[in-house]
Design a protein around this ligand. Structure first.
Ligand code: SDX
Length: 378
């Protein structure tokens, strides 16, 4: 006789705890980081300022921001030994390389075992810089190129593109990358942040929690969607093919990547900031076709809006990265680069009032079976 329990599969609509980090209204399509609207932060802030805001709960003064920028600059490089590890695993998917690099970095971080708020903030900022260096280094190493050392004076987004391509990005390119990092920085208990919280709830360390986050973000139902959107766009080939492509996919119960969300039942507020930039960049680069294909998909998905299936943050991001000549398999790592401060602040908050996270599974298997010696098994 199975006792009646209320199952909450996928932990849908389950509140884990209280938070002051980010507010999401899925019906209204609203997102706040520490009380500030994502629309303001995307257009007026910078990734460095958002890192400070998330970790400290307030916008920095000019002096405080300069302090964070100098700390990042001084900690952006990664040890030679970690570059060697990246070289050893260079044929793996860039998300696996990033996960491995963060694990390796823990061996060189003197704060690794310190879970104090100050140490978490130092490690969170350090890893935000180092993760970008690792992704850029791998991008070059797997092509047989030497990694480019971090630029002394460039900011985070500019430095990432500089370390990838070996030349300073244009202001527009740097701004695009910076807005993308701001938009991906934090999103409450998404699957990867939840994984990071579970890891932190055992009082494990931040590097381990971020490795958990990276491994979780990789999945196509989460961060992997941006790469899948571009692969869908390649398959569609031309805007006029979109209706047939969608019908085939949806009639067979397929999922259109870049659409739908566990919380947003209207347009993901982050999407508009990437939609306009994907349009503009496509025109500037003489490749409007990607945006046109995505727009044809978005039009084809309009009937699904009444079921709460709208465009999400991942839908246009891939077109922007592609137009910036970033290879498709780096899309998820770039999402991870934006999310490092979000994972760090979720860990910080978990430690503040920790309770180990350990839900239940209802057992419905056989009970009290007699043990049969192997010679009697058939
Ligand atoms: C991110 O959680 C976060 O905050 C994540 C994120 C963040 O910032 O961290 O916002 C980033 O991960 C965005 C989501 C990126 N993933 C995708 O774009 C992949 C495609 N989306 C879906 O797989 C889906 O929408 C999820 C996984 C995002 C959400 O799934 P849910 O909430 O578990 O909803 P569900 O799978 O139960 O779907 C409900 C219904 C189903 O239909 P029925 O079985 O009830 O008939 O909606 C349908 C689904 O089939 N549906 C879709 C769909 N998404 C849901 N149908 C077609 N295409 C889709 N994309």
């Amino acid at each position: 006789m199975t006792t009646q329990v209320e199952l909450k599969r996928g932990l849908k609509d389950v509140y884990l705890d209280r938070t002051t980090v980010s507010f999401i209204d899925g019906e209204m399509g609203k997102l706040l980081y520490r009380g500030y609207d994502i629309h303001d932060l995307a257009e007026k802030s910078t990734f460095e300022e958002v890192i400070y805001l998330l970790l400290n709960g307030k916008l920095p003064t000019r002096t405080e921001l300069r302090g964070l920028e100098s700390f990042m600059a001084a900690n952006r490089a990664i040890p030679q030994q970690v570059l060697q590890v990246i070289d050893i695993v260079k044929t793996a998917h860039p998300m696996d390389v990033l996960r491995t690099a963060v694990s390796a970095l823990s061996a060189f971080d003197s704060d690794v075992a310190d879970n104090s708020p100050e140490a978490i903030k130092r490690k969170g900022i350090r890893l935000a810089g180092q993760a970008a260096t690792a992704v850029a280094a791998h991008y070059r190493i797997r092509q047989g190129l030497r990694p480019v050392l971090p630029h002394e004076t460039l900011g985070h987004a500019s430095n990432f593109l500089y370390m990838m391509f070996g030349k300073e990005p244009t202001q527009d390119e740097a701004k695009l990358m910076d807005v993308d990092f701001v938009l991906h920085a934090e999103h409450s208990t998404n699957a990867s942040a939840f994984a990071a919280r579970v890891t932190a709830s055992t009082l494990s360390d931040l590097h381990s929690a971020i490795v958990s986050g990276i491994g979780t973000l990789k999945g196509p139902l989460h961060g992997g969607a941006a790469e899948a959107v571009m692969s869908m766009a390649h398959d569609i080939g031309k805007p006029e093919n979109a209706p047939t492509y969608l019908r085939n996919m949806l009639d067979h119960g397929g999922r259109v990547m870049g659409f739908g969300h566990r919380v947003y039942k209207t347009e993901d507020p982050r999407a508009r900031h990437l939609r306009e930039r994907a349009r503009t960049l496509g025109q500037q680069r003489g490749h409007p076709e990607w945006f046109q294909i995505l727009q044809a998909v978005e039009s084809g998905m309009v009937p699904y809006q009444r079921r709460g299936i709208w465009v999400n943050v991942d839908f246009y991001a891939g077109a922007i990265y592609h137009l910036l000549n970033i290879p498709d398999d780096l899309f998820v790592p770039i999402f991870a680069l934006g999310r490092v401060p979000g994972w760090a602040v979720q860990v910080l908050e978990q430690y503040e009032n920790n309770q180990i996270i350990r839900p239940l599974l209802q057992y419905v298997g056989p009970m009290n079976l007699p043990y049969v010696p192997i010679e009697q098994r058939h």
